[in-house]
Design a protein around this ligand. Structure first.
Ligand code: ADP
Ligand code: MG
Length: 265
């Protein structure tokens, strides 16, 4: 009996079935007491192992995604932001867009929840088994410039094409020079129809010419590929960050909009 038990444990270890190894004793005891069938017993063990492996995979993919925070779609208060059609987000949350290699753009002023929604969709994707990577444009530029200096731009580009969903946050906060705009175009072209991109931006599409080396030609080439198969969520509303402060009376309308203060009465 002892040697059988030892053999089982060593097989479990070799087959990397650690969770079964951990719960075998207690489940075997429970099975004997409740007179489970052999199949129920095996089912219980395999379910526990599959669950543990799934949870481990999720934890690894969450770490690899490098989200700036972990906020879910369920934590998003849609009543605060009525300009967002919740049905559109619910549809995106089914993740068909990832299967189809389609893109998402979340546009709007600061604080309206663009990053939160992008992360929320990213977390859904991670739970569905997809690899996700979150980068701000500033991080993307730093990584691409370093790769160029170290003569490994091709590898970097390939690595950026690996995740099924690439979230590029904060397009438009920094203007990009000609070289970076060109890299950006290359990246969008490489992923085109192959892997989804979700972008967030404080700029409307009409203003994109001013982001990319003040070059309307490259801006429209980028937009052309990005928007070919894409869902745009245009958020028009006030900043969630200011909500609680305003409620507490810490901010008045004048403070938020200084131009009102200086305007003649
Ligand atoms: P943006 O990227 O548009 O500047 P964020 O997504 O970073 O805004 O949102 C700012 C903060 O407010 C985050 O902590 C986010 O979780 C929170 N937030 C924004 N909108 C909502 C909302 N409608 N419901 C819940 N939290 C929100
Ligand atoms: Mg943001």
């Amino acid at each position: 009996m002892d040697s059988t038990y030892q053999r089982i444990q060593s097989h479990l270890e070799r087959l990397n079935l650690r969770r079964i190894g951990e719960i075998l004793d207690s489940v075997a005891e429970e099975a004997a007491k409740a007179e489970w069938t052999y199949t129920d017993f095996l089912d219980r063990l395999l379910c526990a192992e599959a669950e543990a492996k799934y949870e481990k995979g999720v934890a690894i993919r969450i770490r690899m995604a490098r989200f700036p925070f972990q906020k879910t779609l369920e934590q998003f208060d849609f009543s605060f932001q009525p300009s967002i059609d919740k049905r559109k987000i619910d549809e995106l949350a089914k993740l068909r867009f990832i299967e189809d290699g389609h893109n998402i753009s979340l546009l709007g002023p600061p604080g309206v929840g663009k990053t939160h929604l992008a992360v929320g969709l990213g977390i859904k994707a991670v739970h569905a088994g997809y690899r996700v990577l979150f980068l701000t444009i500033a991080e993307l530029i730093t990584q691409l410039s370093r790769a160029l200096m170290e003569n490994r731009l091709e590898d970097k580009m390939r690595a950026l094409c690996h995740p099924k969903l690439l979230i590029l946050d904060e397009i438009g906060y920094l203007p990009l020079d000609q070289q970076t705009s060109h890299f950006f175009f290359q990246l969008i072209s490489k992923r085109y129809e192959r892997g989804s991109i979700a972008i967030t931006s404080n700029k409307s599409y009409g203003e994109w010419g001013s982001i990319f080396a003040k070059d309307n030609v490259i801006a429209s080439a980028i937009l052309d590929r990005l928007l070919h198969h894409s869902t745009t969520i245009n958020i028009k509303g006030e900043s969630y960050r200011l909500k609680d402060k305003r409620r507490a009376g810490l901010i008045t309308l004048q403070q938020e909009k200084p131009e009102l203060v200086s305007a003649p009465p």
